[in-house]
Ligand binder design. Structure first.
Ligand code: PRP
Length: 187
């Protein structure tokens, strides 16, 4: 039976399990290990959402690497992007001449990743690639490729495994999506 969760009056169903996430991360990491063999990339996690994905991904990375973080915000507590991406914490590392891999939990409207790309490119990296655990289908806002994609998903609102609902539920081990009916009937 589908596992259901009720949060703030909305019903969510289990969508991608812990096991599926773990398996896919191993596959992505294997590709990154092969592609970056002999290099020392810097993984840049986009906070807050990517912190769990990055920490699981990095433990499957067997080549030498470094880590840094950006902090962006565009959603606040809402389900739909405000359309305005704010930089809340800049990078500490030197990007110039380095192989950079940006790590996102989700590319939804594409605004955050496009904003990140612009900022990093200004610093002249040697190379720049993107990994996202989730990619929503049919994103109008990006004209570049996400190099490593965990799961391509429909345009439903999803939570868990780093993704929040009004800042909560990031600690769920699996990913849940809002049910087709969205809001639960009053009890
Ligand atoms: C979420 C998520 C991505 C971004 C994706 O961040 O972590 O960074 O939205 O959405 P987009 O493609 O529409 O820009 P959010 O701004 O909610 O902050 P958070 O990471 O702290 O949850």
């Amino acid at each position: 039976m589908t596992e259901l969760l009720k949060i703030n009056g909305d019903m969510f169903e289990k969508f991608i399990s812990e096991e599926q996430i773990r398996g896919r991360i191993k596959e992505l990491a294997a590709r990154i290990n092969a592609d970056y063999s002999g290099r020392i990339p810097i993984f840049i996690g986009v906070l807050n959402g990517a912190f769990i994905f990055l920490s699981d991904l990095i433990r499957e990375i067997s080549i030498d690497c470094e880590i840094d973080f950006f902090k962006l915000s565009s959603y606040g507590d809402a389900k739909i992007s405000s359309g305005q991406v704010k930089l809340l914490k800049d990078l500490d590392c030197q990007v110039s001449g380095r192989d950079i891999i940006v790590v996102e939990d989700i590319v939804d409207s594409g605004l955050s990743i496009a904003f990140t790309k612009k900022i990093i490119e200004k610093e002249n990296p040697k190379s720049l690639k993107f990994v996202s655990l989730l990619l929503k289908k049919g994103i109008p806002k990006i004209d570049f490729t996400i190099d490593y994609i965990g799961f391509e998903i429909p345009r439903d609102f999803v939570i868990g495994y780093g993704l929040d609902y009004a800042q909560k539920v990031r600690n769920l081990k699996s990913i849940y999506r809002i049910t087709p009916h969205g809001t639960a009937r009053p009890e």
